[in-house]
Design a protein around this ligand. Sequence first.
Ligand code: ZN
Length: 410
Amino acid sequence: MSGCRFCGKPLQHTFVDLGMSPLCESYLRADQLNQMEAFFPLWVFVCEGCFLVQLQEYVSPKEIFTEYAYFSSYSDSWLKHARDYTDKVTSRFGLNQNSHVVEIASNDGYLLQYFVEKSIPCLGVEPAANVAAVAAKKGIPTVVKFFGVATARELAAQGRQADLLLGNNVLAHVPDINDFVGGLKVLLKPSGVITMEFPHLARLMEGNQFDTIYHEHFSYLSLIATEKIFAAHGLILFDVEELASHGGSLRIYAKQAENNAMPISPRVAELRQRETAAGFTRLDHYFTFAKQVEETKRALLDFLIDAKRAGKSIAGYGAPGKGNTLLNYCGIRTDFLDYTVDRNSYKHGRFTPGTRIPIHPPERINQTRPDYVLILPWNLKKEITKQMAHIGEWGGKFVVPIPKVEVIDP
Ligand SMILES: [Zn+2]
């Protein structure tokens, strides 16, 4: 067993153990159904030294991220989030044609496209070649690389240091968090600003959001742990926002420790104080989570078993990575869900990893008219219940599994 990925102390306290699961983005083709699948532990620890909640590196990122099925542009609400962010930071930090914006894990260019629209020079860094190719087609310069100190030094040597260095849902996804944050320090101009978004551990615990735990998601971050990690690399958090995205995220703003020009917002101390009061500096607080998770599983299975006993049909909506943690941990297969649907055509004709539920285009729901539609990407439930409101025509209802099992009339 290895030590804490930040401070190196031995990991000996379980946060939650979700059993064995396959990689959540490894959707199966029909010709793979007769083969076995690799399952890895989803066993999450909390470090007694720095309180970083973490999965060990059971699988190397090279296996996970070199061909990645997730295309950010498929969600309307995520695109709006990206556009709003772009407008906000452009005006707050006075970005213009002389600035340089770098996004780490830039995916298909879903966000940088809005900087391109404003004629602000930008660069994407993205390890998945198939996803980066989509960005390049849209005219967004993208280098295909994993980010860390080595990549940062290469880019800095080419004069590509950043005025704005951003990453959404990447900080939590890097196994070597010290190499990653060390790289941020190198690539940031002396006067530059870093923004990073990641799911907030406090929201994850409050909402029983255990389905946001998967092998690609190595760290589960509080503000307190994040501040320690950034400080160890000469970076200071000067602002923080709490966002609704991904079940509740933090957007942190960081600067070089040497940069005194930027004032520190009172929001940082206020959130640090709230986390301390809630128990994030005490181990016993972390131990409450596993019990909530087990109860969520029992409640969802109770609902599904009752529905099937009453002769109802159930389909899924969405085949997101988080859905696969939920399905595998709860043991939900085609005995409960006839199929699921997704807007991402990459997934059509494929099967969910581990549970092997077929994935169809959304139109399938209109053809089979299920009694219940289980929404797997519950963070998008507003958007989905609106898009799919027509299931009410045949008396269909939505089921949201998390934070608690809830049946919604269209
Ligand atoms: Zn630690």
